[in-house]
Design a protein around this ligand. Sequence first.
Ligand SMILES: CC(C)(COP(=O)(O)OP(=O)(O)OC[C@H]1O[C@@H](n2cnc3c(N)ncnc32)[C@H](O)[C@@H]1OP(=O)(O)O)[C@@H](O)C(=O)NCCC(=O)NCCS
Length: 190
Amino acid sequence: MIIETTRLRLREMDAGDLPALRAILQDPLVMVAYEGAFDDDGVDEWLQRQRDRYLADGFGLWAVESRDTGRVIGQCGLTRQSGSGEEAIEVGYLFCHDVWGKGYATEAAAGCVQLAFDTIDALPGDAVHAQIRDTNIASMNVAIRLGMTVRGRFTKRYRGITMPHLDFAVSRSAWEVRKREVGNPSESMR
Ligand SMILES: CC(C)(COP(=O)(O)OP(=O)(O)OC[C@H]1O[C@@H](n2cnc3c(N)ncnc32)[C@H](O)[C@@H]1OP(=O)(O)O)[C@@H](O)C(=O)NCCC(=O)NCCS
């Protein structure tokens, strides 16, 4: 187990999670920002990439389980990114579409932001980022709920397509101020 929030448990993924991963990564609605659903090989590669990250960095995208039901309802976690031209630690999130609108992404992501500030040595820029395609309003809303602001713009080539991105981030000091003012979303959302 990596972290627990009020309603969620985050843990490393393994081959036993492939059915749950397929339900997320092969759903065209979830995968709009990624230019469409993955095939089975794409899902296998995604899982392997996270497992490589666990070994190399000690973090990656993790499975998000409901503490009430044990169901894997999404993925959320921390990854190293350099697409903006600078090294950054990013919080990422993807959830099954039947659970959207319940605050789970914000809750899980807030737990990951806190974990990054607590445990990652030499956190680049002493900030946590969310690098979001400029069409992905739902994801931007999660970043804004985390107290993030836009720091820059860059383009990313992915699956043969040029995708404009916004680089959102929250600094450690802004995160502490936000927690004092509005609380930590990972602890107050049941
Ligand atoms: C991005 C994504 C995870 C956001 O999911 P989401 O369900 O909108 O986000 P949350 O779980 O934080 O939900 C917040 C919403 O739930 C509502 N909500 C319900 N209960 C809530 C609670 N207890 N606390 C906070 N918000 C709550 C909020 O009002 C908010 O609704 P609003 O957007 O109408 O204001 C989801 O759209 C997704 O999986 N997209 C596909 C993958 C993807 O693009 N990932 C991002 C790549 S950069």
